[in-house]
Write a protein that binds this ligand. Structure first.
Ligand code: BES
Ligand code: ZN
Length: 451
């Protein structure tokens, strides 16, 4: 633990997106210590300690490791996403929660493989809207279609798989040009270096031929080893239909009454393809599981729900489904959403805990977290920031004050460089930072729900 580095006051800066606001006048850019709650009731600190003393960084690290290392990438709608759901479900049940599995359908998706004739596998991402192949896949030569402009295609492209570079045209235009030239498949390679294959989003357009994205390095290797040598590749895309994902929901309500306010705690457990998703988001999942364990023991006077969300990475589908299915009565009773997404990276520059809200404004969650940070001496700076793109968005849309807690670099708001890459592994996850998030969010939630 980096106790030596602890600062007494957490600092709140308001950073608004420059594109949305020309004048940045941060009314909240002042040390929290100057806020009105100078007098801290001694029992508030004692309550914080009840949570903090029990939040175990070892358990959170082990749970994140189970998700990221043992299960691995947990792509929406796949068996590994389900394995993660099962792990979460069993844990919550063993903790004594009432657990609901909320299943929902997701759009058809394709899983793909690309092999060279000497059987080397090339990592490939299949966008929604790609066509499929037979079970054996298609074996065909590649056609070097440069940028995929109409003039880049010749008669030679007929019956071949077009290999196209990213750039200048949209992905859809490139695929359309390939179809018109008689190509039977399209592989688009990146024009910038990245460790994960390109995801050439087709923005809702569907094609009959298979389409995939690969890295710049893979594209260059194929040009050299396959196109130049007149070799073939095997491209296999299986379209999966009627695929489902699921939210796992653990609820605890006070013993008496049925009209309590509700605090929703959320974290998504799916990941993108090829990424073990240690930071995104085994980290938030592990913290939420630990808070479910710790908060189970204490008397409460509000309802608390731990929502483990599936299908976040394909457009926040799980949280939207959850929020849209809350009844009028549940919505009325909902007072807060604490969403944790990417709370444990060890990337040194991500020294701040950002509190992302959809409107960039403070709310009950940011206020509660700031007061808590002040009481418990959270080592990191807390920054209020305007950003969606995680499950807090669905809660906000439903009218529930919502925050995504996420580690970023102060000033630039940059995420760690391993984000959405195969390097998002346990190697870059910090047990101390999981603990910091668990203490902050756990003590905050407890300050709202305790008796
Ligand atoms: N955890 C990430 C990243 C994230 C969260 C970025 C909050 C910024 C703010 C999240 O899982 C993610 O990758 N989101 C997608 C968008 C989503 C709607 C599919 C993104 O930011 O590209
Ligand atoms: Zn995420």
């Amino acid at each position: 633990m980096n106790k030596g580095k602890k600062r007494s006051a957490a600092v709140l800066s308001t950073i608004l997106l420059a594109s949305s606001f020309s004048v940045v006048a941060p009314p909240l850019a002042q040390p929290v210590a100057a806020a009105e709650n100078k007098v801290v009731h001694p029992s508030a600190k004692a309550h914080d300690q009840k949570v903090i003393a029990r939040v175990s960084q070892e358990r959170m690290f082990a749970d994140a490791s189970y998700l990221a290392d043992t299960i691995g990438p947990r792509v929406t709608g796949t068996e590994t996403e389900q394995q993660a759901a099962e792990f979460i479900r069993e844990r919550l049940t063993s903790l004594g929660y009432e657990v609901e599995t909320q299943e929902f359908g997701i759009p058809d998706k394709g899983g793909g493989h690309l092999h060279t004739s000497d059987d080397n596998e090339v990592l490939i991402t299949i966008p929604a809207g790609s066509g499929g192949t037979s079970e054996e896949g298609m074996t065909a030569p590649l056609f070097d279609a440069k940028l995929g402009k109409p003039e880049n295609f010749t008669d030679e492209a007929k019956g071949k798989i077009a290999l196209i570079s990213r750039g200048e045209l949209t992905f859809v235009e490139k695929v359309q040009n390939a179809v018109e030239a008689g190509a039977i498949g399209v592989i688009i390679y990146n024009n910038v270096d990245a460790s994960a294959p390109l995801n050439p989003s087709l923005g809702g357009t569907s094609f009959d031929i298979p389409v995939g994205g690969i890295t710049k390095a893979s594209g260059e290797a194929l040009l050299q080893d396959v196109v130049a040598q007149n070799e073939t590749v095997n491209f296999n895309v299986q379209l999966l239909k009627n695929v489902t994902s699921q939210n796992i929901i653990a609820t605890r309500a006070p013993q008496k009454g049925d009209n309590h306010e509700i605090v929703h705690v959320s974290a998504h457990y799916d990941s993108v393809q090829f990424a073990p998703g240690a930071s995104d988001n085994a980290s938030g999942t592990a913290v939420a599981l630990e808070l479910a364990r710790v908060l189970k023991s204490y008397p409460i006077d509000k309802e608390v729900r731990f929502v483990f969300v599936g299908a976040e990475e394909i457009g926040l589908l799980g949280s939207k489904y959850y929020a849209e299915n809350l009844s009028e009565d549940e919505l009325k009773r909902s007072i807060a959403n604490f969403n944790m997404d990417m709370v444990g990276t060890s990337w040194e520059n991500a020294s701040a805990i950002y509190m992302n809200t959809l409107d960039g404004q403070a709310n009950i969650v940011t206020d509660t977290a700031l007061k808590t940070a002040e009481r418990i001496g959270t080592p990191s700076e807390l920054i209020l920031y305007q950003r969606g793109a995680s499950d807090h968005e669905a809660f906000h849309e439903a009218g529930i004050p919502a925050v995504n807690f996420i580690r970023r670099e102060p000033g630039t708001a940059a995420l760690e460089p391993y984000y959405h890459t195969p390097q998002d592994t346990m190697e870059y996850l910090s047990a101390e930072r999981l603990k910091e998030a668990g203490d902050l969010v756990g003590a905050s939630i407890y300050s709202l729900i305790r008796k």
